[in-house]
Write a protein of this length. Structure first.
Length: 246
């Protein structure tokens, strides 16, 4: 099996919709960097093989306006409503694979809609019926500045995620918890005793690579991003590979 690779780019406050105004209640224009024109000219914003929260950003006080974000998650229609920002950035708790619309309950000024800081890769199914088997997961984090931090964890489940909306999760089936690394380009293998569970801070520019083989006690696996700093400007890549003989 070839590796399945997911890319988690840094959050962008304008990925869904660039800064814009509305004179009254209505829909925002999905004209951000991630906007995509599909069949029939319909515009949406896919997050490409990951699901993540959505951000709202404005220097104005829009807390009296309700924003409703609609989209899809695992093929199902989902939505989230929340109060607007007040000279800050606010986030949905709902995650989305694709954003199909953002509406407002009243007039807004200078508000943008972006990709949030938390979410996960899509689920990867593991063939646990194979006679001889192995399943490897690798996480690679590239850092661009000294102040990058990102928190991620390995999640696995025995539930069928195609039919179970909220599967029971096991966190960090194989863990190597992370600590700060003086120089990730040279010290990653010795300074990191565990990954896949808990805070994995990047404290210097460079690349961290960590991987492990997993026990055969799950059907699906994914990497969840549970937090990242506002200054995180790197990228997380998660790779999954099934090995063995069927």
């Amino acid at each position: 099996m070839k590796p399945i690779v997911f890319a988690w780019p840094p959050a962008s406050t304008t990925f869904v919709a660039a800064s814009q105004n509305t004179a009254s209640a209505g829909a925002l224009i999905l004209n951000g960097a991630g906007s995509n024109i599909g069949n029939g000219g319909l515009v949406s914003v896919p997050f490409w093989n990951v699901n993540r929260t959505v951000s709202l950003t404005s220097v104005n006080n829009l807390s009296g306006v309700t924003f409703t974000v609609t989209g899809t998650l695992n093929g199902q229609t989902v939505s989230a409503s929340l109060a607007g920002p007040n000279n800050n950035t606010v986030y949905t708790t709902q995650t989305f694979n694709t954003v199909t619309g953002v509406s407002v309950s009243g007039a807004v000024t200078a508000v943008s809609v972006g990709s949030g800081t938390t979410g996960s890769t899509n689920w990867v199914r593991y063939n646990h019926y194979a006679t001889v088997k192995g399943f490897a997961v690798q996480v690679q984090v590239t850092a661009a500045t000294m102040d990058n931090t990102i928190t991620y964890e390995l999640q696995t489940t025995m539930d069928n995620v195609e039919v179970v909306a909220s599967p029971a999760l096991t966190i960090g089936a194989v863990v190597r918890n992370a600590t700060a690394v003086a120089d990730p380009t040279t010290d990653a293998q010795t300074a990191w005793t565990t990954i896949m569970n808990g805070a994995d801070p990047i404290t210097a520019a460079g690349t961290l690579v960590a991987s492990d083989f997993l026990p055969n006690v799950f059907q699906y696996a994914r990497i969840a991003i549970t937090a990242q700093s506002a200054t995180f400007a790197g990228q997380l890549n998660a790779s999954f590979m099934q090995q063995g003989v069927t």
